[in-house]
Design a protein around this ligand. Structure first.
Ligand SMILES: *Cc1c(COP(=O)(O)O)cnc(C)c1O
Length: 480
């Protein structure tokens, strides 16, 4: 055993030197991407060759190139031609808060293992609740991701609404939730984890425009009741991930109220619109929700992974994982808001509140207004560009920064067009200049873009369309 290894691990000179070097490398990287000094949003390599590379690197690679290699071999979310999945181009300052959290490594489950980040979290949560329009009873916490937050919210809902104590005694009744068929797959997963089974997920069809068809709610609820299912919650998407279309939160809220259901909003992507003066109406009715999920790493410029789960009544946040029923909790149970692990699914979590706080403190709340508004504006503009281009067809008029469209050609049938659009996306991926994704809606293959980057302009989007047209031409020539 080499005792000097531990010394080397904690060598401060080494840390200082590597740290300064890394900051320089990261700043150069950002300069490169944001200012497009390098052309590509992604340097695609297939999974097998990537695996080979890293197996080989562990044995023979030059250690000083480790971080630079990782920089090169990842997808560049800061590049204006990154128009793919919904993660933020992180505000550089939050990379620093991330480093602080990583180094201090306070586990957050109990107050004394994270005193300042626990108090900071309370400040952030109170701000968010106020912004939603919640009253003084509101509260919540930060947790590791929208997926976990949605599951947690549904557990809170079950605890609050189901008369039988499922937490302690297990299942007795058939339980169910109502949700749009376009909801994020994690809702499905949460329901399955909770033992609701396939029958307990009451999927409400969507309108032509991919919004939950609220005219069907009563009949679907009645039918579930006839089957002996106790429905305890309804979930609205704000917006749904695939299309970026917001459900009618006001209508869902009213329905929930009338029928004594828990009203949950999955706003992982777009609840951040509460900050946008221009787009706040997309979340009209949000203040009536019993719980709301909001991801910091999507529309709020933070690194993965940090999510706010907010409750109209903080009592429910405390009750979720408690052995006691909601109504048996004493005031003292509620008082120790600062012991985060009592309310969160996870035990240890990162000191994620610092990301939210450093942005608020350094730039003020208006930074979120600017960010969301700019990206949603670009989504709308891209929609207009596509509408005016006869080679393309929108899946639906965009309501956010998520835009789904496809290349069309009147000589091709649906199947051929599906094939063509799939090929276009694969070509784009391997080419690497642009990074976009894809989705299938009602059996039709679409190209899917999310404009996440405030540096993406109309010109970039035009260039993307030109490139797609070129591919389509080549593709047609090959098949002729
Ligand atoms: C991204 C997303 C999720 C999942 O959130 P994670 O933070 O990725 O776990 C859930 N719902 C919606 C609507 C989303 O957009």
């Amino acid at each position: 055993m080499d005792k000097n290894l531990l010394k080397a691990v904690y060598s401060l000179e080494d840390f200082r030197e590597r740290g300064h070097k890394l900051i320089d490398e990261l700043a150069n990287h950002l300069e490169d991407k944001i200012q497009e000094k390098s052309d590509n949003a992604i340097a695609w390599s297939n999974p097998e060759s990537e695996l080979d590379f890293w197996e080989n690197f562990l044995v023979k690679g030059n250690a000083s190139l480790l971080f630079p290699e990782i920089l090169n071999r990842t997808t560049h979310v800061h590049h204006p031609k990154y128009i793919g999945h919904q993660v933020s181009p992180t505000a550089p300052i939050t990379a620093l808060s991330g480093m602080l959290s990583a180094l201090l490594n306070n586990g957050m489950a109990i107050y004394e293992m994270g005193m300042s980040p626990s108090a900071i979290e309370r400040v952030v949560i109170d701000r968010l609740c106020k912004k939603i329009g919640y009253g003084k009873d509101s509260g919540g916490f930060l947790t590791s991701g929208g997926t976990l937050a949605n599951l947690t919210a549904l557990l809170s809902a079950r605890k609050a609404k189901v008369p039988h104590d499922v937490w302690n005694e297990g299942h007795k009744d058939k339980l169910g939730i109502m949700v749009s068929e376009e909801a994020h797959y994690c809702i499905d997963r949460a329901a399955k984890i909770m033992g609701l089974g396939e029958k307990g997920i009451i999927r409400i069809p969507v309108t032509q425009n991919f919004q939950m068809d609220t005219s069907l709610l009563q009949s679907y609820l009645d039918r579930a009741k006839r089957k002996g299912i106790t429905v305890f919650a309804i979930i609205g998407s704000a917006p749904s991930t695939a299309t970026g279309i917001y459900d009618d939160l006001e209508a869902i809220g009213k329905f929930a109220h009338t029928n004594h259901l828990w009203f949950h909003i999955d706003g992982a992507h777009g609840a951040a619109a509460i900050f946008s003066e221009k787009y706040v109406l997309t979340v009209k009715g949000i203040q009536h929700a019993d719980s709301v999920v909001l991801d910091g790493h999507k529309m709020m410029m933070m690194p993965t992974i940090t999510t706010a789960l907010l409750f109209k009544n903080d009592r429910h946040a405390t009750a979720t994982f408690s052995q006691k029923a909601d109504y048996l909790l004493t005031p003292t149970d509620h008082e120790d808001w600062y012991n985060s692990g009592k309310r969160t699914f996870e035990c240890t979590k990162t000191m994620m509140s610092i990301h939210w706080y450093v942005l608020l403190k350094t730039y003020g709340e208006d930074i979120f207004n600017e960010f969301v508004t700019r990206l949603y504006d670009m989504g709308h503009q891209f929609g207009e560009i596509l509408q005016n281009n006869s080679h393309f067809e929108l899946a639906v008029t965009p309501e956010s920064n998520i835009v789904c469209f496809r290349y069309i050609d009147s000589n091709l049938n649906t199947m051929a067009l599906n094939e063509l659009n799939k090929n276009i996306r694969q070509n784009l991926l391997e080419d690497g200049e642009f990074y976009i994704v894809q989705t299938k809606l009602r059996g039709v293959q679409y190209l899917r873009t999310t404009i996440m980057n405030p540096f993406t302009t109309k010109e970039h989007l035009q260039q993307l369309l030109e490139k797609i047209k070129e591919y389509s031409k080549q593709n047609n020539e090959h098949s002729d």
